[in-house]
Design a protein around this ligand. Sequence first.
Ligand code: SF4
Length: 266
Amino acid sequence: MLDRFNRHINYLRISVTDRCNLRCRYCMPEEGIQLIKHEDILSYDEITSFTRIAVASGITKVRITGGEPLVRKNITALVSMIASIDGVADLSMTTNGVLLAEYARSLADAGLMRVNVSLDTLNHEKFNYITRGGQIENVLKGIEAAQEAGLTPVKINCVIKTSPDEDDAVSVAEYGMKHGLDVRFIREMDLAGGRFSVVHGGAGGHCAKCNRLRLTPEGIVKPCLFNDAGFRIREMGAEEAIKQALNAKPECGTINNQNGFYNIGG
Ligand code: SF4
């Protein structure tokens, strides 16, 4: 489908939960967040039927995000439901990797094609500090398990302050080279402050080429990460929400005061 600026919209990012098993400093406050009530979170049937309609409208690429998608109960069931929709040519997931060693094989069996794993440093203490308690060993094991399960290419999302020449970024790049991983550098963003930039080594953040819509855990279709507009599928139905989101897609992002990265899969 084409938006008002003739951009070809074929990519849907589905945030399946606002919950996470880490507390990264740039993403969540230490005390956690006001969680969405369970009854307000879309069921797997609702997500699947929305995706089916989105695919019929022209979506071909689907990414499952969070929060942390692997903390949602029985996530492999959702993967297999989405994988069985005719027309999904690319099905991927963005994860912090903490539970990936446990899930990689069953995700691949369910039809997941590939994963992006967040990794900002290779320094164990620093990882523990940034994530407020995470153990990097779990993530490294998860990456290995993803490769063994064929969830490739495994891509690494590395958040940087300003430049890929920072020490942590350089060590992540070296680790990527050694292990055959695609590393992409993402500058730390600020939704409310409107600070975003192009992803080094990947897509995203380039408004003129933007091809995406988002679905939040409570069923709001968002036309843009840096925009307050959103359309509720439970109230207006999937088709209308997609149509309105397409019409509301801005030429370029500005600010988003309605969401945090933890509930929009930023
Ligand atoms: S800011 Fe909005 S329009 Fe620009 S690339 Fe991000 S999602 Fe697309």
